[in-house]
Design a protein around this ligand. Structure first.
Ligand code: 5RP
Length: 280
């Protein structure tokens, strides 16, 4: 059966023919009702260890789960911390192999077999690429292998455009990295919000979600999410700016209001404050 992907996104990608399983899994991530997605990123431990706010993953995730469209995490946390009865699609991080302490940070390779991803019933695979930096070739070829595996079994692949400390974060770079990810077969690209983000979205033929990045004040994070959606991103794959918020449950609902209900940053802040005050 062939179906068109365009129906589930607000991007003009007409003509792309997609297998039913692939389309079905994608629609579990990018929700057809709004064409948008609130992904909750809780994969940080794969290179950072017990990240602040994620020391006990399920304790953090449980109250947030009902407001997320999907969870992005590793198989270790999935198997050990997440109840298998959970009714949330999983985007599994399948890149890794280096740590914050090691000499080759972000020189990531494939960490999971496709069979194990299927065993875990995941809806998507996530892999970090490192464009324009050392190890570029290794990460791009590893990513391409994951795309081959995903295509074979109808599992969409999200490319994370990882940025090293030394690298410039601007629209030119993000557009280049995102476009390369799409050219190599990414079904979704996760990148960072920058000024001129329209350029990044416009030149990338697949849906884009933004990472939140380091924790910033809630009003700034909400404005960033809003600006990204206005620029054409389909959603967020946000971690620290949700789970490290002074009130993560209020924050995820405020982000959700921006992504799915189209509220502006001021209205989203009101959502945040009213839920926060109610829970005090
Ligand atoms: C690293 C990652 C992170 O592990 C994570 O998903 C990023 O989320 P956030 O920046 O919103 O905390 O993708 O490249």
């Amino acid at each position: 059966m062939i179906i068109y992907f365009q129906a589930f996104t607000n991007k003009k990608v007409g003509g792309i023919i997609m297998d039913w399983g692939m389309k079905n899994r994608l629609s579990r991530i990018i929700r057809p009702k709004t064409g948008h997605a609130v992904m909750l990123a809780v994969d940080h431990g794969y290179f950072l260890g017990p990240t602040t706010g994620l020391e006990h993953p399920w304790k953090t995730i449980e109250p947030l789960a009902e407001y997320a469209d999907c969870l992005m995490l590793t198989r270790g946390v999935l198997r050990n911390c997440i109840p298998p009865e959970i009714d949330l699609p999983i985007v599994l991080r399948v890149s890794g192999g280096t740590s914050i302490l090691g000499p080759e940070l972000l020189h990531e390779g494939i960490t999971n077999s496709i069979e194990d991803s299927i065993r875990l019933n995941v809806s998507g695979l996530a892999f970090s690429i490192r464009v324009g930096a050392e190890f570029e070739r290794d990460t791009l070829l590893g990513f391409s292998e994951i795309v081959d595996m995903g295509e074979e079994y109808g599992i969409p692949v999200l490319a994370v455009t990882a940025v090293g400390k030394e690298m410039t974060r601007d629209a030119r770079y993000m557009a280049l990295a995102s476009r390369i990810a799409a050219e190599l077969g990414a079904h979704i690209v996760k990148t960072y919000y920058v000024d001129g983000f329209e350029k990044v979205v416009d030149s990338c033929p697949v849906p884009i979600v933004i990472a939140g990045g380091k924790k910033i004040p809630e009003p700034d994070a909400l404005k960033m999410a809003y600006d990204a959606i206005q620029a054409g991103a389909v959603g967020v794959d946000m971690g620290r700016n949700i789970f490290q918020s002074e009130n993560p449950v209020a924050m995820i609902q405020a982000v959700r209001a921006i992504v799915h209900d189209g509220v502006n940053p001021q209205e989203a802040l009101e959502v945040f404050n009213s839920i926060r005050q109610g829970s005090d």
